[in-house]
Structure formats: C-alpha cells, structure tokens
Write a protein that binds this ligand. Sequence first.
Ligand code: PMP
Length: 427
Amino acid sequence: VHEGILRRQSARESAARTYARALPIVPVRARGLTIEGADGSRYLDCLSGAGTLALGHNHPVVLEAIRKVLDSGAPLHVLDLATPVKDAFITELFRTLPPGLADNARVQFCGPAGTDAVEAAFKLVRAATGRTGILAFSGAYHGMTAGALEASGGAFDVRVARLPYPQDYRCPFGVGGERGAELAARWTESVLDDPKSGVRHPAGMILEPVQGEGGVIPAPDEWMRRMRQITADRSIPLIADEVQTGVGRTGSFWAVEHSGITPDVMVLSKAIGGSLPLAVIVYRDDLDAWQPGAHAGTFRGNQLAMAAGMATLAYVREHRLAERAADLGARMLHQLRGLADDFECIGDVRGRGLMIGVEVVEPEAEPVRDRERSSVLAGRGEALAAPYWHGGADERAVPGGSASPGGIGGRRSGAGGLMGPDPDRAV
Ligand code: PMP
C-alpha cells in the first residue's frame, strides 16, 4: 500500500512539489511533534506544516474547537456574514494585536493563503495612497502570486523595488553588526530621497521581521525602528509580513513586538488558522480606503479554520507559549552555537525564539568565517552605501552582488516571480 501510494503520487503530481517529495513517508496519523507512517514508522515532523502548527499536530483544543463547529450544525462557509465563530476569532485576534493597532484596527479576511493576504495588503495601500510601487527587501519571501493581479486584468501594475536587508553572516556591506544594519537603513533612505531613483513615492514598504524562506534572518530591532521612522516620516504605510513569524514562534506573540514598532498593516496566515487555511490582513482603520466590493475571495469565510485558529491563538496567549519559545530558543541557540564551534560545516547559527536557522556550508567554499570577513572588508561598506543609483532604470542593484536586480520597472519573470527566492526552497 505504502509503495503504491508513493509511486502513484510521484507519477501524477507536478514537478513543482518541493523537498518533501524526497521523503518516502506516507503519514497516516499525527500528534504533537510526531507523525506516523503507513508502515508504522514514527518521525519527528520538522516540516511542521510549513509553520502552521503552532501547537503541533492534532492538539486536543484545536480538535475540540473543530468538532464543536461540526456538531453544532453551523454553516462551514459564510463569506462575509457575521457569525458567533467569526466573532470569537476576531475578538481573540484583536486581543493579541500589538499595542497601537489593537484599538484602531480593521480586519479583512483574504482567503486561504498567505499570498492572498499579501496581495490584499498591496491593494489596500495602493488604494489608500493612490500610489503604486512597493518597497521590499532582498531575500524576502511573500508568496507565489505577485503576478496574479496583473493576470486578472492588468489593473495593478506590480512594481517592486528591492532594498538591502541587514544581516551579519552575508552582510551586503561586508561589515555585519550594527554598522551593517545602519548602512542598510541609510541605503533605504538614500533610495527614497534620490529624485532619480523612481521610488520616492511608493505605496508601501513590506518587510519580514525575521526573514523565513530567505534563510531565517532576524532583523535587528534598531533597524526595524529605523524602517518605522523612515516610512512614517514619508507617509509610506509599513506592512509587516508576519505570516511565518506570528503566533509566538519568535518569542513574542508577534515578531514586531521585539522592536516595539507598530506597523500600519499586518499580513497574517499560517498558524492563525490552527493548521487550517486562513489568511487575513489587519490594518489601521484610517487606511480603509476600500469601497464595498473592492476586495473579495471565495474562501474568506471558512468557519472551521476560524474555530481552529481561535483555539490556537487563545491557547498560545493563555499558556504564555511565546515566553516558552523565547526560553527554549535561547537554550537551543546556545547549544547550536557550541556545535558551530566544533563543526566547520556550520557556517552560522541565528534566530529568534524558536525560529532558528543553521546555515550548513561547504567549509572549503567558505574559507573565512563571517566575523573575520567583516574585518577584512570593513570600510568597503561606506563606499557601497553611498550611491545606490547605477544608471539605467533596470540596473539598480542591491549591494552584495547576488541579490536580485529589481528597481521599479526592473521586472523579473519566471519561477520565483518578482518576490520569491529559489522556488526549490519555497514551502
Ligand atoms: N509570507 C511569508 C513570510 C511566508 O513565509 C510565506 C510562506 N512561506 C508566505 C508569505 C506565503 O504564504 P502562502 O504559502 O500561504 O501563500
């Protein structure tokens, strides 16, 4: 049975299936961290539903919440109708929001996937500002549908400018640390202030407080505060993509809380549905420039997902699981850093809370550990940080070389799309 299922699926599913396809496992049961294969073998599930399983598989409170809806005879799908299940979800969601947003927020249900909510956020800030461009960061991942709105009628010209995201290990300025973050912030400022850049008046800026698919790269708090200041000074709505970082994973309920900033829009999905598909944006109510009917999406009224999500949010809040993630994460980082000292193939260990990345490298290809490299290259960042403008509209590039070109108008096409990294890494 097991072999047959694997054979048929690999013959019939598209070649776009990701790394999980390489695993010869046919899970039939799951609980907590463990999944059990059809052949009786048990595994620790490190896939974790791509970050949707804040409470692990089949947590009793999630199952109970789903059962309750099923047994009550409630409609499973309600579009935008008001229901007790939805009311409970929204109430709990608002209870968790960062101060500054909790009192004046609106929510839009966007459909099943994080990418739906990202598109909705772009549409919202375009409507609110009357502008089009979006500032995003090198290494960012926001979903697979950046071209979807254009394909639906060309009403939205997707324009994305990419800016350097601060990081120590592969610092685009070669200096890392606070200095690298400062240079990255200045780069963003210089782009926004340069009359020739073509991105002086974008509709919004989108960032991940910890880049997930880009390689688990936590943004320094000070850089987050700079981005908040830079966007606030220029009336650019700041969109925090917390699809992956939310619901306690990074050691606070939402990852923006580490830096204390309040974004104008938050994009939420994955764990907020308690393992079922759910995506929303939450935003400052004065951005609500939408006319009735301006945004829709068939699967925005999934009551099972709202019930599972409400149970998950409440459980994480009541049991202070964010604090637990902070404690466990600190221990794990400490241990992993110890391993990194012993193993050359561990290039870097980084993360926040339990969102942790271990960069596995080929030691010969990475002859200089980053701290050494930083000192080797110290000073180079100054030169790089000065002019971001290299000439033609399509030649703007993020420093550091390998990052994608992509000034406004500098479109990329094909797999990965405008915003995606290597599709093989996408989940
Ligand atoms: N934003 C971030 C930060 C993500 O990590 C992801 C998914 N990995 C998405 C958006 C897209 O979510 P989805 O795959 O549900 O469309």
